[in-house]
Design a protein around this ligand. Structure first.
Ligand code: SF4
Length: 455
Protein backbone atom coordinates (compact mmCIF):
# COMPACT_ATOMS: atom_id res chain seq x y z
CA UNK A 1 0.00 0.00 0.00
CA UNK A 2 1.33 3.44 -0.91
CA UNK A 3 1.44 5.80 2.04
CA UNK A 4 1.42 9.52 2.73
CA UNK A 5 4.30 10.76 4.88
CA UNK A 6 4.69 13.98 6.78
CA UNK A 7 8.34 14.98 6.96
CA UNK A 8 8.38 17.13 10.09
CA UNK A 9 11.24 19.44 10.87
CA UNK A 10 9.84 21.70 13.63
CA UNK A 11 11.96 24.81 14.19
CA UNK A 12 11.43 27.30 17.06
CA UNK A 13 9.65 30.55 16.10
CA UNK A 14 12.43 33.03 16.67
CA UNK A 15 13.55 36.24 15.12
CA UNK A 16 17.03 34.74 14.73
CA UNK A 17 18.24 32.08 12.35
CA UNK A 18 17.85 28.41 13.31
CA UNK A 19 19.19 25.69 11.02
CA UNK A 20 19.15 22.03 11.96
CA UNK A 21 21.48 20.80 9.23
CA UNK A 22 24.40 22.78 10.66
CA UNK A 23 26.75 21.62 13.36
CA UNK A 24 26.94 17.96 12.36
CA UNK A 25 23.15 17.70 12.28
CA UNK A 26 22.72 18.92 15.90
CA UNK A 27 21.58 22.33 14.60
CA UNK A 28 22.33 25.93 15.59
CA UNK A 29 20.16 28.86 16.69
CA UNK A 30 21.67 32.33 16.76
CA UNK A 31 21.50 34.66 19.75
CA UNK A 32 23.78 37.52 18.87
CA UNK A 33 22.87 39.77 21.82
CA UNK A 34 20.26 42.09 23.31
CA UNK A 35 21.42 45.44 21.95
CA UNK A 36 19.55 47.05 19.04
CA UNK A 37 22.44 46.58 16.62
CA UNK A 38 22.78 42.89 17.61
CA UNK A 39 19.07 42.36 17.03
CA UNK A 40 19.24 44.01 13.60
CA UNK A 41 22.23 41.85 12.63
CA UNK A 42 20.41 38.70 13.82
CA UNK A 43 17.33 39.59 11.74
CA UNK A 44 19.43 40.23 8.63
CA UNK A 45 21.09 36.87 9.14
CA UNK A 46 17.75 35.09 9.50
CA UNK A 47 16.59 36.56 6.19
CA UNK A 48 19.86 35.71 4.43
CA UNK A 49 20.53 32.11 5.45
CA UNK A 50 18.05 29.34 4.81
CA UNK A 51 19.15 25.79 4.23
CA UNK A 52 17.38 22.46 4.13
CA UNK A 53 18.30 19.34 6.08
CA UNK A 54 20.00 17.37 3.33
CA UNK A 55 19.19 13.95 4.83
CA UNK A 56 15.48 14.78 4.67
CA UNK A 57 15.82 15.59 0.96
CA UNK A 58 17.40 12.16 0.35
CA UNK A 59 14.63 10.50 2.40
CA UNK A 60 11.95 12.35 0.43
CA UNK A 61 13.54 11.12 -2.79
CA UNK A 62 13.61 7.49 -1.58
CA UNK A 63 9.96 7.65 -0.47
CA UNK A 64 8.86 9.03 -3.84
CA UNK A 65 10.88 6.34 -5.66
CA UNK A 66 8.61 3.88 -3.83
CA UNK A 67 5.56 5.86 -5.04
CA UNK A 68 4.73 7.24 -1.58
CA UNK A 69 3.48 10.82 -1.18
CA UNK A 70 5.40 13.38 0.82
CA UNK A 71 4.33 16.55 2.60
CA UNK A 72 6.73 18.73 4.56
CA UNK A 73 6.55 21.23 7.39
CA UNK A 74 8.90 23.26 9.59
CA UNK A 75 6.28 24.52 12.03
CA UNK A 76 4.91 22.58 14.99
CA UNK A 77 1.45 24.17 14.60
CA UNK A 78 1.37 23.52 10.86
CA UNK A 79 2.32 19.86 11.45
CA UNK A 80 -0.65 19.51 13.81
CA UNK A 81 -2.93 21.21 11.29
CA UNK A 82 -1.79 18.85 8.52
CA UNK A 83 -2.17 15.81 10.76
CA UNK A 84 -5.75 16.86 11.60
CA UNK A 85 -6.82 17.79 8.09
CA UNK A 86 -5.23 15.06 5.94
CA UNK A 87 -4.87 11.32 6.03
CA UNK A 88 -1.26 10.76 7.02
CA UNK A 89 0.17 7.26 7.49
CA UNK A 90 3.62 8.05 8.78
CA UNK A 91 5.66 10.89 10.15
CA UNK A 92 9.43 11.28 9.93
CA UNK A 93 10.81 13.72 12.49
CA UNK A 94 14.30 15.19 12.26
CA UNK A 95 15.97 15.34 15.67
CA UNK A 96 18.29 18.11 16.86
CA UNK A 97 19.78 19.46 20.06
CA UNK A 98 18.38 22.96 19.55
CA UNK A 99 14.73 21.94 19.05
CA UNK A 100 14.42 18.68 21.05
CA UNK A 101 11.53 20.21 23.01
CA UNK A 102 9.45 20.78 19.84
CA UNK A 103 10.27 17.39 18.34
CA UNK A 104 9.29 15.50 21.52
CA UNK A 105 6.13 17.61 21.95
CA UNK A 106 5.17 16.70 18.39
CA UNK A 107 5.67 12.97 19.02
CA UNK A 108 3.42 13.15 22.10
CA UNK A 109 0.75 15.12 20.24
CA UNK A 110 0.69 12.70 17.29
CA UNK A 111 0.27 9.78 19.69
CA UNK A 112 -2.74 11.55 21.22
CA UNK A 113 -4.25 12.45 17.83
CA UNK A 114 -3.93 9.10 16.12
CA UNK A 115 -2.01 6.08 17.42
CA UNK A 116 -2.00 4.53 13.94
CA UNK A 117 0.38 7.14 12.52
CA UNK A 118 3.81 5.55 12.46
CA UNK A 119 6.50 7.84 13.89
CA UNK A 120 10.14 7.50 12.84
CA UNK A 121 12.86 9.75 14.23
CA UNK A 122 16.09 10.34 12.29
CA UNK A 123 19.29 12.31 12.78
CA UNK A 124 22.64 12.20 14.51
CA UNK A 125 21.20 13.64 17.73
CA UNK A 126 18.53 10.95 18.24
CA UNK A 127 21.11 8.30 17.32
CA UNK A 128 23.24 9.49 20.23
CA UNK A 129 20.38 10.22 22.63
CA UNK A 130 17.72 7.60 22.01
CA UNK A 131 16.17 7.93 25.47
CA UNK A 132 14.85 11.42 24.62
CA UNK A 133 12.80 10.02 21.74
CA UNK A 134 11.50 6.84 23.42
CA UNK A 135 7.87 7.70 22.62
CA UNK A 136 8.48 7.42 18.85
CA UNK A 137 7.76 4.05 17.22
CA UNK A 138 11.21 3.77 15.68
CA UNK A 139 14.55 5.53 15.88
CA UNK A 140 16.75 5.16 12.83
CA UNK A 141 20.25 4.63 14.20
CA UNK A 142 23.03 6.17 12.11
CA UNK A 143 22.77 7.98 8.79
CA UNK A 144 19.23 7.25 7.54
CA UNK A 145 19.87 7.22 3.75
CA UNK A 146 20.83 3.55 3.43
CA UNK A 147 17.78 2.35 5.36
CA UNK A 148 15.30 4.37 3.29
CA UNK A 149 16.85 3.51 -0.05
CA UNK A 150 16.88 -0.24 0.71
CA UNK A 151 13.47 -0.44 2.44
CA UNK A 152 10.89 -2.28 0.30
CA UNK A 153 8.28 0.47 0.78
CA UNK A 154 5.81 -1.67 2.79
CA UNK A 155 4.74 0.39 5.78
CA UNK A 156 3.19 -2.60 7.59
CA UNK A 157 6.51 -4.41 7.56
CA UNK A 158 8.03 -1.40 9.28
CA UNK A 159 5.57 -1.80 12.13
CA UNK A 160 7.05 -5.22 12.91
CA UNK A 161 10.57 -3.92 13.29
CA UNK A 162 12.01 -3.17 16.71
CA UNK A 163 12.29 0.34 18.11
CA UNK A 164 15.88 0.78 16.98
CA UNK A 165 16.53 0.31 13.28
CA UNK A 166 20.17 0.29 12.22
CA UNK A 167 21.12 2.07 9.01
CA UNK A 168 24.66 1.60 7.81
CA UNK A 169 27.01 4.29 6.56
CA UNK A 170 27.21 4.44 2.79
CA UNK A 171 30.87 4.57 1.72
CA UNK A 172 30.49 5.66 -1.93
CA UNK A 173 28.02 8.54 -1.84
CA UNK A 174 27.12 7.93 -5.51
CA UNK A 175 24.61 5.41 -4.08
CA UNK A 176 22.51 8.25 -2.63
CA UNK A 177 19.43 9.25 -4.62
CA UNK A 178 19.32 12.77 -6.04
CA UNK A 179 18.02 15.00 -3.20
CA UNK A 180 14.38 16.02 -3.58
CA UNK A 181 13.64 19.59 -2.41
CA UNK A 182 10.22 19.99 -4.05
CA UNK A 183 8.16 20.37 -0.85
CA UNK A 184 10.89 22.14 1.13
CA UNK A 185 10.43 25.73 -0.08
CA UNK A 186 13.46 25.56 -2.36
CA UNK A 187 12.86 29.06 -3.78
CA UNK A 188 13.84 30.46 -0.38
CA UNK A 189 17.05 28.47 -0.02
CA UNK A 190 19.68 31.07 0.52
CA UNK A 191 23.29 31.57 1.48
CA UNK A 192 23.46 35.30 1.05
CA UNK A 193 25.50 37.41 0.73
CA UNK A 194 28.11 34.73 -0.01
CA UNK A 195 26.14 33.28 -2.96
CA UNK A 196 23.31 34.23 -5.29
CA UNK A 197 19.82 33.10 -4.29
CA UNK A 198 18.27 30.53 -4.67
CA UNK A 199 21.10 28.29 -3.58
CA UNK A 200 21.06 24.51 -3.85
CA UNK A 201 22.66 22.68 -0.92
CA UNK A 202 24.65 19.57 -1.80
CA UNK A 203 27.61 17.62 -0.49
CA UNK A 204 30.65 16.02 -2.09
CA UNK A 205 31.87 14.13 0.96
CA UNK A 206 31.22 13.18 4.58
CA UNK A 207 33.69 12.50 7.37
CA UNK A 208 36.64 14.35 8.84
CA UNK A 209 39.86 12.83 10.20
CA UNK A 210 41.27 15.87 12.06
CA UNK A 211 42.05 15.94 15.78
CA UNK A 212 39.61 18.81 16.42
CA UNK A 213 36.90 16.13 16.16
CA UNK A 214 37.63 16.25 19.92
CA UNK A 215 35.10 19.10 20.23
CA UNK A 216 33.48 19.14 16.78
CA UNK A 217 30.21 17.32 16.10
CA UNK A 218 31.07 16.66 12.43
CA UNK A 219 34.09 14.64 13.46
CA UNK A 220 32.10 12.85 16.16
CA UNK A 221 29.02 12.08 14.02
CA UNK A 222 30.31 11.53 10.48
CA UNK A 223 33.40 9.58 11.55
CA UNK A 224 37.04 9.90 10.53
CA UNK A 225 36.75 8.00 7.24
CA UNK A 226 36.28 10.28 4.23
CA UNK A 227 33.34 9.06 2.14
CA UNK A 228 32.83 10.79 -1.15
CA UNK A 229 30.85 11.21 -4.35
CA UNK A 230 32.81 10.78 -7.56
CA UNK A 231 33.36 14.17 -9.26
CA UNK A 232 31.36 12.97 -12.28
CA UNK A 233 28.30 12.09 -10.19
CA UNK A 234 28.32 15.31 -8.19
CA UNK A 235 28.43 17.35 -11.40
CA UNK A 236 25.50 15.29 -12.79
CA UNK A 237 23.56 16.12 -9.61
CA UNK A 238 24.37 19.84 -9.94
CA UNK A 239 23.08 19.86 -13.52
CA UNK A 240 19.92 17.99 -12.52
CA UNK A 241 19.15 20.30 -9.58
CA UNK A 242 19.95 23.47 -11.53
CA UNK A 243 17.53 22.46 -14.29
CA UNK A 244 14.82 21.24 -11.93
CA UNK A 245 14.82 24.02 -9.33
CA UNK A 246 16.51 26.94 -11.07
CA UNK A 247 19.30 27.21 -8.50
CA UNK A 248 21.73 30.03 -9.26
CA UNK A 249 24.45 28.74 -6.98
CA UNK A 250 25.41 25.71 -4.89
CA UNK A 251 26.81 25.53 -1.39
CA UNK A 252 28.68 22.34 -0.50
CA UNK A 253 27.85 21.09 2.97
CA UNK A 254 30.99 18.98 3.42
CA UNK A 255 32.63 19.66 6.79
CA UNK A 256 35.92 19.93 4.88
CA UNK A 257 35.71 20.17 1.09
CA UNK A 258 38.54 18.64 -0.94
CA UNK A 259 39.99 16.21 1.59
CA UNK A 260 40.35 13.39 -0.91
CA UNK A 261 43.51 13.41 -2.96
CA UNK A 262 42.97 14.85 -6.47
CA UNK A 263 39.28 15.57 -5.79
CA UNK A 264 39.55 19.32 -6.34
CA UNK A 265 41.39 18.93 -9.68
CA UNK A 266 39.06 16.20 -10.96
CA UNK A 267 35.93 18.04 -9.85
CA UNK A 268 37.04 21.30 -11.49
CA UNK A 269 37.82 19.46 -14.73
CA UNK A 270 34.36 17.83 -14.68
CA UNK A 271 32.60 21.11 -14.04
CA UNK A 272 34.57 22.91 -16.77
CA UNK A 273 33.94 20.09 -19.28
CA UNK A 274 30.22 20.16 -18.49
CA UNK A 275 30.14 23.99 -18.96
CA UNK A 276 27.52 24.38 -16.21
CA UNK A 277 28.47 27.98 -15.59
CA UNK A 278 27.25 28.24 -12.00
CA UNK A 279 28.63 29.80 -8.80
CA UNK A 280 29.47 27.58 -5.85
CA UNK A 281 30.83 27.79 -2.35
CA UNK A 282 32.65 25.48 0.04
CA UNK A 283 33.79 25.11 3.62
CA UNK A 284 37.32 23.88 4.10
CA UNK A 285 40.61 24.23 5.94
CA UNK A 286 43.13 26.83 4.84
CA UNK A 287 45.94 24.23 4.84
CA UNK A 288 44.17 22.32 2.04
CA UNK A 289 44.29 25.32 -0.30
CA UNK A 290 47.06 26.93 -2.35
CA UNK A 291 47.37 29.34 -5.29
CA UNK A 292 46.95 26.64 -7.95
CA UNK A 293 43.82 25.24 -6.36
CA UNK A 294 42.31 28.71 -5.89
CA UNK A 295 43.04 29.49 -9.54
CA UNK A 296 41.49 26.27 -10.78
CA UNK A 297 38.42 26.47 -8.53
CA UNK A 298 37.88 30.12 -9.42
CA UNK A 299 37.80 29.21 -13.13
CA UNK A 300 35.27 26.48 -12.33
CA UNK A 301 32.92 28.93 -10.56
CA UNK A 302 34.07 29.02 -6.91
CA UNK A 303 32.75 32.20 -5.31
CA UNK A 304 32.92 31.65 -1.58
CA UNK A 305 34.89 29.80 1.08
CA UNK A 306 34.08 29.33 4.76
CA UNK A 307 37.27 28.84 6.74
CA UNK A 308 37.49 27.81 10.39
CA UNK A 309 40.13 30.17 11.80
CA UNK A 310 38.98 29.76 15.43
CA UNK A 311 41.76 31.72 17.22
CA UNK A 312 45.08 33.36 16.28
CA UNK A 313 46.80 31.81 19.32
CA UNK A 314 48.48 28.44 18.68
CA UNK A 315 48.60 27.38 22.33
CA UNK A 316 44.90 28.17 22.83
CA UNK A 317 43.98 26.17 19.73
CA UNK A 318 46.11 23.28 20.95
CA UNK A 319 44.34 23.25 24.33
CA UNK A 320 41.29 22.14 22.29
CA UNK A 321 43.33 19.77 20.10
CA UNK A 322 43.17 22.10 17.09
CA UNK A 323 46.20 22.85 14.93
CA UNK A 324 45.97 26.30 13.37
CA UNK A 325 47.32 27.48 10.05
CA UNK A 326 50.35 29.71 9.68
CA UNK A 327 49.25 33.35 9.94
CA UNK A 328 51.38 34.68 7.06
CA UNK A 329 50.13 31.98 4.69
CA UNK A 330 46.55 32.67 5.76
CA UNK A 331 46.91 36.39 5.05
CA UNK A 332 48.38 35.59 1.61
CA UNK A 333 45.59 33.10 0.85
CA UNK A 334 42.90 35.65 1.73
CA UNK A 335 44.64 38.24 -0.45
CA UNK A 336 44.70 35.85 -3.41
CA UNK A 337 41.06 34.89 -2.89
CA UNK A 338 40.07 38.57 -2.77
CA UNK A 339 41.90 39.20 -6.02
CA UNK A 340 39.82 36.46 -7.65
CA UNK A 341 36.54 37.79 -6.18
CA UNK A 342 36.20 34.74 -3.96
CA UNK A 343 34.49 35.78 -0.73
CA UNK A 344 35.95 34.47 2.51
CA UNK A 345 33.86 33.95 5.64
CA UNK A 346 36.11 33.46 8.66
CA UNK A 347 34.75 31.37 11.56
CA UNK A 348 36.02 32.10 15.08
CA UNK A 349 35.47 30.49 18.47
CA UNK A 350 35.41 32.46 21.69
CA UNK A 351 35.81 30.70 25.04
CA UNK A 352 38.16 27.90 24.00
CA UNK A 353 39.61 25.97 26.94
CA UNK A 354 42.53 28.37 27.70
CA UNK A 355 40.87 31.57 26.44
CA UNK A 356 40.70 34.64 28.67
CA UNK A 357 38.70 37.83 28.20
CA UNK A 358 41.83 39.46 26.76
CA UNK A 359 42.62 36.59 24.37
CA UNK A 360 39.02 36.72 23.07
CA UNK A 361 39.45 40.46 22.43
CA UNK A 362 42.62 39.55 20.54
CA UNK A 363 40.64 37.08 18.41
CA UNK A 364 38.11 39.82 17.63
CA UNK A 365 40.87 42.28 16.68
CA UNK A 366 42.59 39.64 14.57
CA UNK A 367 39.35 38.93 12.69
CA UNK A 368 38.96 42.65 11.95
CA UNK A 369 42.46 42.84 10.54
CA UNK A 370 42.11 39.83 8.23
CA UNK A 371 40.51 41.20 5.14
CA UNK A 372 37.62 38.70 4.95
CA UNK A 373 34.22 39.39 3.44
CA UNK A 374 32.37 38.12 6.51
CA UNK A 375 33.04 36.72 9.97
CA UNK A 376 31.11 34.38 12.25
CA UNK A 377 31.69 34.05 15.98
CA UNK A 378 30.54 31.20 18.17
CA UNK A 379 31.03 30.14 21.76
CA UNK A 380 33.13 27.04 22.44
CA UNK A 381 30.47 24.41 23.13
CA UNK A 382 30.97 21.03 24.72
CA UNK A 383 28.50 18.93 22.76
CA UNK A 384 27.12 15.73 24.26
CA UNK A 385 28.59 12.88 22.22
CA UNK A 386 32.05 14.49 21.86
CA UNK A 387 35.17 13.61 23.84
CA UNK A 388 35.31 17.23 25.01
CA UNK A 389 31.93 16.85 26.70
CA UNK A 390 33.01 13.57 28.32
CA UNK A 391 36.18 15.16 29.71
CA UNK A 392 34.31 18.13 31.17
CA UNK A 393 31.58 15.88 32.50
CA UNK A 394 34.17 13.74 34.32
CA UNK A 395 35.41 16.92 36.01
CA UNK A 396 31.81 17.94 36.85
CA UNK A 397 32.19 21.11 34.76
CA UNK A 398 29.04 20.73 32.62
CA UNK A 399 26.62 23.33 34.00
CA UNK A 400 23.82 23.55 31.42
CA UNK A 401 20.96 21.05 31.46
CA UNK A 402 18.70 22.86 28.96
CA UNK A 403 19.60 21.31 25.58
CA UNK A 404 18.31 24.30 23.59
CA UNK A 405 21.17 26.33 25.10
CA UNK A 406 23.69 24.16 23.23
CA UNK A 407 23.45 26.50 20.27
CA UNK A 408 27.01 27.89 20.07
CA UNK A 409 25.89 31.11 21.75
CA UNK A 410 26.03 30.13 25.45
CA UNK A 411 28.68 28.78 27.79
CA UNK A 412 27.37 25.36 28.77
CA UNK A 413 30.27 24.51 31.08
CA UNK A 414 32.23 26.10 33.88
CA UNK A 415 34.99 27.95 32.05
CA UNK A 416 38.33 28.47 33.79
CA UNK A 417 38.44 32.20 33.01
CA UNK A 418 35.07 33.36 31.66
CA UNK A 419 31.46 33.64 32.79
CA UNK A 420 28.39 33.23 30.59
CA UNK A 421 27.74 36.98 30.84
CA UNK A 422 31.24 37.80 29.72
CA UNK A 423 31.06 35.44 26.76
CA UNK A 424 27.72 36.88 25.66
CA UNK A 425 29.16 40.38 25.84
CA UNK A 426 32.15 39.22 23.80
CA UNK A 427 29.95 37.68 21.08
CA UNK A 428 27.86 40.83 20.84
CA UNK A 429 31.01 42.99 20.82
CA UNK A 430 32.59 40.82 18.10
CA UNK A 431 29.67 41.24 15.69
CA UNK A 432 29.40 44.96 16.35
CA UNK A 433 33.12 45.59 16.01
CA UNK A 434 33.32 43.54 12.84
CA UNK A 435 30.22 44.62 10.95
CA UNK A 436 29.54 48.13 12.17
CA UNK A 437 32.35 49.90 10.34
CA UNK A 438 32.30 51.77 7.04
CA UNK A 439 34.59 49.39 5.14
CA UNK A 440 32.32 46.38 5.71
CA UNK A 441 29.12 48.38 5.23
CA UNK A 442 30.24 49.67 1.82
CA UNK A 443 31.62 46.30 0.75
CA UNK A 444 28.28 44.59 1.52
CA UNK A 445 26.36 47.43 -0.13
CA UNK A 446 28.55 47.25 -3.26
CA UNK A 447 28.01 43.49 -3.39
CA UNK A 448 24.23 43.91 -3.09
CA UNK A 449 24.13 46.48 -5.89
CA UNK A 450 26.35 44.28 -8.10
CA UNK A 451 24.10 41.26 -7.51
CA UNK A 452 20.89 43.15 -8.18
CA UNK A 453 22.29 44.12 -11.61
CA UNK A 454 23.22 40.50 -12.34
CA UNK A 455 19.79 39.11 -11.42
S1 SF4 B 1 38.56 20.11 10.63
FE1 SF4 B 1 36.61 21.16 10.89
S2 SF4 B 1 35.04 19.61 10.49
FE2 SF4 B 1 36.97 18.52 10.84
S3 SF4 B 1 36.92 17.99 13.02
FE3 SF4 B 1 38.03 19.92 12.80
S4 SF4 B 1 36.48 21.53 13.12
FE4 SF4 B 1 35.40 19.60 12.67
Amino acid sequence: MKATWLIANPIPHKSTSCNKDLNGGYGTCDEIGDSLSSKILAKIKKRSIKLPVLSLAYISSSLKEKSHSVIYSESYEDCIHKLRSQKIDGCIIYSSIVATKYECKLIEKIKKLNKEILILVVGSFSTNFTSLYEKADHIIMGEPEDFFSKWNGKINELRNKGKYINSKEIICLDEFPIPDFKEMGFRNFSYQPMLKKPTGFIEASRGCPYSCGYYCTYGANQGKLIRSYTPKRIVEIMINLKNKYGFRSFQFRDPVFGLQKNFIDDFCNEILNASINIDWGIETRADLLNSDKLEKMSKAGLKSINIGIETPRKEIALSSKRVIYDNKKLVQLIKEANSKNIKINGFYILGLEDDTYESCLETIEYSRKLNTFMARYSVATAYPGTSYFEDLDKDSRITEKDLSKYNQQNLVFKHKNLSNNEIKKLISKAYKKYYIRPRIFFMLLKDKIKNSFRS
